[in-house]
Ligand binder design. Structure first.
Ligand SMILES: O=C([O-])C(=O)C[C@H](O)[C@@H](O)C(=O)[O-]
Ligand SMILES: [Mg+2]
Length: 434
């Protein structure tokens, strides 16, 4: 047996606390599901990966975890074929056939769901391989081209706390429901983490209110890059209105309208660059969007593109088409931040600061929290990803996941359902909302 042979795979679903961040579909649940993957080799080395933890992903991850022992952590290309063979075509657990109701990351095809699972195994294999060879993950991807990766502050309209009666872990951020609140939030992000670019999650209030928030940010942080992302909540006309009002203010406008067709129409009517993590999220979506110039920037996401090698492949396609590259984030922990940073360090034309929800996450499963300095994360040169699992914390967060009577309904992220705790009649708005 090779020292690289996988001898065991552990899957640990967890529930992680999340603040009441608002988006166009509703509000974040007080706890969000994540899955931690540990891959152990014959050498006794363990590699770590992290991905979405909703029931659908767990259903796909279990057969892959069962099938993996006996394979080598270096056989990454074979991982995809293995997953295709053993995972099956699990349909979305929610029954929402094509669109993601939680993370707002575009279509939810069987391929994309499976790749979102495979990504955590690929990262865990790379971590184990790097630890075995004494090389950082970026070296396994060809080597870093930068020593630190730039991240952008991810601003949200939010409530001070989750609705009464809902179990939660309170924080001290307070509410941010108007332009002044958003600027206060941005100042704290800049003070605590040194961020020098800002993204505002939009699609929550009428467009004029969100335009006012962006203009207030422009006044508070002159010259700093600003982005607005309503997750496809606007019509083409509204998108063009907002683009006109924020021309020269925004670095880019992200997913103003839903779908490649609408994005192409917006793109044709404005010179404000358009970015997406919703209409280009799978390989089959690339050609149409790029040939129609529907987007000028793609937000990669190693989770749903299938891992770090696939992220680099996406980067190559973007380069070929002259499309810029940034990075998307959903609620994630330190393992994924390490993976994002390792791959981002290897992509020369990653010209935009990456998104990260990490500053909102006060719970983690790694022993030492990753810090942003001047908005940047230092690229670790330690073998593997450069993070260690905190087994005690993992057990606590897994214990929450196991406690079905208190937390069972948070095992699947559903922002519209979370909103109903405050507004019982709430339904995720149909698009375009404005
Ligand atoms: O850039 C994005 O579209 C996201 O980050 C999607 C996320 O789901 C975000 O909207 C959220 O978590 O509310
Ligand atoms: Mg987005």
């Amino acid at each position: 047996m090779s020292r690289l042979t996988i001898t065991a795979v552990r899957l640990t679903p967890i529930l992680v606390s999340d603040p009441p961040l608002l988006n166009t579909q509703g509000v974040h649940q007080p706890y969000t599901p994540r899955l931690v993957v540990e891959v152990e080799t014959a050498d006794g080395v363990t590699g770590l990966g992290e991905t979405y933890g909703d029931t659908t992903y767990l259903r796909l991850a279990r057969p892959l975890a069962d099938a993996l022992p006996g394979h080598r952590v270096s056989d990454l290309n074979a991982l995809f074929a293995l997953a295709e063979r053993v995972c099956g075509d699990a349909p979305p657990a929610t029954g929402a056939a094509t669109l993601d109701v939680g993370g707002q990351r575009g279509v939810l095809t069987a391929d994309k769901l499976r790749l979102s699972v495979v990504s955590a195994f690929e990262v865990a294999c790379l971590d184990a391989l790097g630890r075995t060879l004494g090389l950082p993950v970026h070296a396994l991807l060809g080597g870093k081209v930068r020593d630190s990766v730039d991240y952008s502050a991810y601003l949200f309209h939010r409530w001070a706390r989750h609705p009464d009666g809902v179990p939660c872990e309170p924080d001290d951020w307070g509410a941010a429901l108007d332009p002044a609140g958003i600027v206060t939030q941005a100042r704290r992000f800049a003070r605590e983490h040194g961020f020098t670019s800002f993204k505002l999650k939009g699609g929550v209030f009428e467009p004029d209110r969100e335009i006012a928030a962006v203009l207030a940010l422009a006044e508070a942080f002159p010259g700093m890059p600003l982005r607005l992302d309503p997750n496809g909540a606007w019509s083409v006309e509204t998108s063009l209105y907002v683009a006109g009002r924020l021309r020269g203010v925004l670095q880019y406008l992200e997913d103003p309208a839903t779908g490649t067709d609408a994005m192409a129409r917006v793109s044709a009517g404005t010179d404000v660059p358009l970015a997406t993590n919703m209409c280009v999220t799978t390989v089959p979506e690339i050609r149409d969007a790029f040939t129609r110039d529907a987007v000028q920037i793609v937000l990669s996401d190693h989770h749903y593109w299938g891992g770090l090698h696939r992220t680099r492949e996406l980067a190559a396609v973007c380069r070929a088409f002259g499309v810029g590259l940034s990075m998307h984030s959903n609620t994630h922990l330190g393992i994924s931040l390490a993976a994002m940073t390792q791959v981002a360090a290897t992509v020369p034309h990653l010209d935009y600061a990456c998104d990260s929800h990490y500053p909102w996450q006060r719970e983690d499963v790694i022993t030492t929290r990753t810090r942003f300095r001047d908005g940047r994360v230092t690229v670790s040169d330690t073998p593997g990803l450069g993070v260690e699992l905190d087994h005690e914390r993992l057990a606590v967060l897994h214990g929450r996941w196991l406690d079905e009577s208190t937390y069972g309904h948070y095992r699947d992220r559903d922002d519209a359902a979370a909103m109903r705790a405050a507004d019982p009649g709430w339904q995720a708005p149909s698009v375009p909302r404005w």
